[in-house]
Ligand binder design. Structure first.
Ligand code: ZN
Ligand code: ZN
Length: 318
C-alpha cells in the first residue's frame, strides 16, 4: 500500500504566512552566505542537504485527508478534509474516467469533511463514490454542509453516484481487497480508528482521539488494535505538557502517548498527524524530535520504533 498525505493539519486549515516565509528566507540566506551557489542545481542541493526540514519545507496546512493507493485498485481515501481538493484536482487532470473512490470517515467534525464540496470528481457524471464509516451521521453531515445558505451547490446536484455504507465497529469488512476494522475512540461527537490490512501489512488510521493512559484496560484495548502494525497514523496534536494541562479533555493526544501506545503494541512506525494549527514548522519539528528521543531512551530490549511527522505531500510505502 502506498500512503499519500494530502492534509495533515488538525481543526482548521492554515497557510504559511508572509512572516513565517520571511523567517525561513533569512535563515536560509544566512546559511548560504558561507559558500557560493553558482547554479540552480547547486542551490537545490544545498537546500536538500544542508537546511533543516523546518527551514526548507513546511508541514503544510490542509486538513486531514490521506490516500491509500494500490496498483489496479480504486483509491481509498481516509477523511474528506481540505486536502481532498488537491487529490480531486490531480484526477481531473488525468484522462482515465470514470473513476471509483472508496472513502472511510473517522468522524464528522468540519476539519474532516470540509474538502468534499471542493472535490471536483463528485461533480462528474459516471464517477462512483462509496463512503464507508462507523459514524451514524455521515450522510446527514455531508448533506448539511452543502445546504443553503452555507454553500451554493446542494448535495443533490452532485452528478457522481454517491453511496453511503455503514460499518459496525469491531467487525472486519472487505473493501476492494483491503480488510477494514473500526474501533470507537474517546472524542466529542464519536470518532473511529480503523485498521487496514492488505498483503500481510497493517496500517492504522487513528486520528482525533484522547488517550490518557490512566485506564490500563483502555490502553490494552488500543494496543491490541494497533498490534504489530507496520504504520500507525496517530493524533499527536499536542506536546505532553499541553495534553495533560491546559488542553486536557480537548479530545486529542500527544507525541508521548503515541510512542507509549506503539511500544505497547509492538508497532513498527509511528506517524505523528493532525498537527495543531497554532504550531509553526519549528514547533512541530520539536514535537517530532522529542518523540524520536523518547523512543530511543525508552526502547530497552524492544526493536526500534520509527517515528515520522506527516506533512502535506509526504508519500510512504506500507
Ligand atoms: Zn480533527
Ligand atoms: Zn474531531
Amino acid at each position: 500500500m502506498r500512503v499519500r498525505f494530502w492534509g495533515t493539519r488538525g481543526s482548521i486549515p492554515v497557510a504559511l504566512d508572509a512572516a513565517g516565509l520571511h523567517a525561513k528566507l533569512v535563515e536560509a540566506l544566512l546559511k548560504a552566505s558561507e559558500r557560493p551557489l553558482r547554479s540552480a542545481a547547486e542551490a537545490r542541493q544545498f537546500i536538500e542537504r544542508e537546511l533543516d526540514f523546518s527551514i526548507s519545507h513546511t508541514f503544510g496546512g490542509a486538513s486531514p485527508c490521506i490516500e491509500v493507493e494500490r496498483p489496479g485498485a480504486a483509491p481509498l481515501i481516509l477523511d474528506l478534509g481540505s486536502g481532498v481538493r488537491g487529490l480531486g484536482a490531480r484526477d481531473m487532470a488525468r484522462a482515465d474516467r470514470p473513476r471509483t473512490y472508496n472513502v472511510i470517515m473517522s468522524h464528522m467534525h468540519w476539519d474532516h469533511i470540509m474538502g468534499f464540496p471542493f472535490f471536483a470528481p463528485a461533480y462528474v457524471e459516471g464517477n462512483h463514490i462509496r463512503i464507508f464509516g462507523c459514524h451514524a451521521e455521515i450522510e446527514h453531515a455531508l448533506r448539511r454542509q452543502q445546504a443553503a445558505p452555507s454553500f451554493p451547490v446542494p448535495f443533490d446536484r452532485l452528478a457522481a453516484r454517491i453511496e453511503f455504507i455503514g460499518l459496525e465497529p469491531g467487525r472486519r469488512y472487505d473493501i476492494d481487497g483491503i480488510a477494514v476494522t473500526g474501533m470507537l475512540q474517546a472524542h466529542s461527537g464519536e470518532s473511529y480508528a480503523y485498521r487496514l490490512e492488505h498483503g500481510g501489512k497493517a496500517l492504522i488510521y487513528a486520528t482525533d482521539s484522547e488517550h490518557k493512559l490512566e485506564d490500563p484496560r483502555e490502553s490494552e484495548a488500543f494496543a491490541a488494535f494497533f498490534r504489530n502494525a507496520d504504520m500507525v497514523i496517530f493524533d499527536a496534536m499536542y506536546s505532553l505538557a499541553e495534553a495533560v494541562s491546559i488542553r486536557e479533555d480537548w479530545g486529542h493526544s500527544s507525541n508521548v502517548v503515541g510512542v507509549e501506545l506503539c511500544q505497547l503494541a509492538g508497532a513498527k512506525h509511528l506517524v505523528l498527524f493532525h498537527h495543531e494549527p497554532a504550531y509553526d514548522d519549528a514547533a512541530i519539528t520539536r514535537i517530532w524530535r522529542d518523540a524520536v528521543r523518547l523512543e530511543e531512551i525508552t526502547r530497552g530490549e524492544r526493536p526500534p520504533l520509527r517515528v515520522s511527522a506527516a506533512y502535506d505531500g509526504l508519500e510512504m510505502d506500507v
